[in-house]
Design a protein around this ligand. Structure first.
Ligand code: FE
Length: 353
């Protein structure tokens, strides 16, 4: 029950693996516990948790762990050096002496392998039947939690890919600005964290800010690509991307899409009320959009797009300062200015060379 409680609190896969290994290590008094997770893409078993050892990746059919994954059967080895199932290669390389091993397959609800739990070197004696039973119980609970964590990670990964593809579909196919949506998300998250918005809200901004220009799918492509000055009529059509984006993204039952919709609609509003589409002023503009506006403009200034000159980080930041209270919320600009190191890091990591 105690272990179940621990598991129910952890959703992050890495932390989960550490919790399981730590708990099992204490429970049966062994030197090392590891939880290997099966990576179906690479057909490998990997672990983030091996007490005293860095991340390990092994082919899914190698060693005792591999054998456990393949047979889906528990393996108990008490005299490894006399056992054909054991390879001494890793011990030779690391200088570690394996005395006994218990490996338990971790299966999902469809009896497919999700990983292998491994305990090495009982500090006293060999594994007893009671201990094996206890570890099977731990492994069974861990399997469910790992399955859930993997599914959760997969959903987030898919969501991020869809968001990126959506942004690319709106015309970001220039080398220098293909990472624009991503950077806008990262800068927005940075500002949110700095002004003290909670972690969940900051994460929502990370995912929703990249969708700010989704409405451009409804604007004729020649207008988006046009290098010369737009006519008044073309400009009006371009400005429509705010409301088009809102209508496209809004979903009353989904928090992320609701925020994304508000950002799409209000990211061209200006603090002094001179923006569009509604001429909102100050805090009438949602804080999400006020944040995204700073991130969006900063990134457009610094991005090395092929069709324009870009500004360096310092010049762009002074421009933001210059526009405080006019285009941007002064408090949010100040927060952004504070984080120059992080800004530079994001800028250099996701800008093309
Ligand atoms: Fe826009």
């Amino acid at each position: 029950m105690e272990f179940g409680k621990i598991l129910s609190r952890v959703h992050d896969l890495d932390k989960l693996l550490i919790s399981v290994a730590d708990y099992a290590k204490k429970l049966v008094n062994v030197d090392r516990c590891s939880v290997f997770v099966y990576d179906e893409k690479t057909h490998e078993l990997f672990t983030k948790v091996a007490h005293g050892v860095d991340e390990i990746r092994i082919p899914a059919d190698q060693g005792i762990v591999g054998l456990t994954a393949k047979t889906k059967e528990i393996q108990v080895i008490n005299d490894p050096y006399d056992d054909v199932r054991f390879s001494t290669e890793v011990d030779k390389r690391t200088g570690y002496v394996t005395k006994n091993i218990l490996a338990i397959p971790l299966l999902d609800s469809n009896e497919n392998i999700v990983g292998v739990f491994q305990a090495i070197n009982k500090l006293e004696g060999v594994f007893t039947l009671v201990e094996i039973d206890m570890l099977i119980l731990v492994a069974t609970q861990a399997s469910g939690a790992i399955e859930k964590a993997l599914l959760f990670a997969k959903i987030i990964e898919t969501q991020e890919k869809i968001i990126t593809k959506l942004a690319i579909a709106t015309g970001y196919n220039d080398d220098g600005i293909q990472n624009h949506p991503k950077r806008v998300g990262l800068y927005s998250e940075l500002i949110a964290k700095t002004v003290g918005l909670d972690k969940k809200t900051s994460k929502l901004l990370l995912s929703s800010a990249p969708m700010h220009d989704t409405g451009k799918v409804g604007v004729p492509e020649y207008i988006i690509k046009k290098k010369d000055k737009l006519t008044n009529e073309e400009l009006a059509l371009l400005k429509n991307h705010t409301t088009i984006g809102y209508n496209l993204l809004y979903d009353k039952d989904d928090e992320l899409l609701k925020i994304a919709a508000i950002i799409a609609k209000e990211h061209h509003e200006k603090y002094d009320g001179s923006g569009y589409p509604d001429g909102l002023k100050g805090e009438e503009i949602s804080v999400y959009a006020r944040i995204t506006a700073i991130a969006d403009v900063f990134d457009s200034l610094t991005a090395r797009a092929s069709n324009k000159q870009s500004w360096d980080v310092d010049t762009s930041l002074s421009f933001l300062t210059h526009m405080k209270g006019r285009h941007f919320d002064p408090v949010l600009v100040d927060a952004f200015m504070e984080k120059k190191d992080e800004i530079t890091e994001i800028f250099s990591k996701y800008n093309y060379e």
